[in-house]
Design a protein around this ligand. Sequence first.
Ligand SMILES: O=P(O)(O)OC[C@H]1O[C@H](OP(=O)(O)OP(=O)(O)O)[C@H](O)[C@@H]1O
Length: 440
Amino acid sequence: MVRNIVILGGNSHPILTENICNILGLPVSNRTLSKFSVGETRCEIKDSVRGKDVFIIQSGGGSVNDHLMELCIMISACKMGSAKRVTAVLPLFPYSRQPDLPYNKAGAPLSKPPLEVPKDKYTFESVPATPAPGIDKTPSFNKDTDLSRVMSRTSLVNGNGHGLVNGTSRSNGESSTTNDLPLNPAPAPRPGLTTLHTQSFTTHDLQNPALVSTFQAKPGYKRWVAQAGTLVADLLTCAGADHVVALDLHDPQYQGFFDIPMDNLYGRPLLQRYIQQNIPDFKDAVIVSPDAGGAKRATAIADSLGMEFALIHKERRPTRITDRQNATMMLVGNVANRVCILIDDLVDTANTITRAAKLLRKERATVVYALITHGVFSGDAIQRINLSAIDRIVVTNSVPQDHHRKVCSKLDVLDVSSIFAEAIRRIHHGESISVLFQYD
Ligand SMILES: O=P(O)(O)OC[C@H]1O[C@H](OP(=O)(O)OP(=O)(O)O)[C@H](O)[C@@H]1O
């Protein structure tokens, strides 16, 4: 029996809120969320929250900024209404994954609507392009003329805002020598902004055309990208959240950004079950992580199911293209004549998994599955997946999937409502939620 509890939902994912409430045997509490004509969010909590344990379900994705503001205002409204405790439940946590590379001045391409591209003209390139610095190739490098140009464009600072002119901050950890003098003085740190690269350049480095061309920015690229993770954590806390629950954070260390309890639930049991129940002879398949960042997540599944593992090293910066590389990806492991199961936390533009699938097929994989926790599918992602080498893609409904399901015949959706319902029930009763982290 769940008592003294109020479940509210924002506008991001009403179906999930309803499903969670159905499992808990509770009604979705009444609220009004609308907008004033100026565009500001208007929130009215219509049920009493006085002395209650309040859970507010709001996911990322879609109109993510509006949803975040809605969530903050709802939390604040409940606190002002004397709620005993407010827990923010964010199935997809917004702003927890921010690229550390520059975006085009026009802003992130992810918010743009899908472009209609005739099938025969389709390429695997992201449309609009996936942001990455220095895509332009430098045909030849003239030390005298190009050096100053490069130096003026590569004004980099480290995470503390100090200049990266110190040899000790080189990526290989070597100190600079007299003939390897550091260049360009450190620009002053800008408040609220963090750095893009933690690599220093010396005269020696700049004589290497390959290295220099890597860091030549396209005109119109900005060199500074704010990382909003801490700000979002602080916003939720300042709004009055007492507890935060999320699913498969892109980076589990993000929990440390909070000074209130933060539970990071796992989608892994759902993905594992899908493999066991839907992939014939799954023990002979290979689990593949499409980038090094997700290797831990993927190896955990491979180990638990007693399967083999392969890794794709994804390099968003241009690298040399060899036979074993798919432009910016390199496979470590053998997948020839095997079924491959790509595991990742997030599919956004779908560049990563479609490129990974293409590489796996090139390496003679027979079937390619992609199992991903959060199916954001920004821009033309669905179109890209439809035309890709992926045979089956499986995501959870941490963000709404109804539309995606209609336009992507390769898509299967796993329901996460029972995970959240159980977490809410346990948090409310003060029970341990560690059982939710057990898989086998
Ligand atoms: O669908 P896409 O637009 O390609 O984005 C999805 C990829 O982005 C994230 O990793 P990221 O590139 O941020 O690298 P990281 O794991 O090293 O942080 C995520 O883990 C996916 O691999």
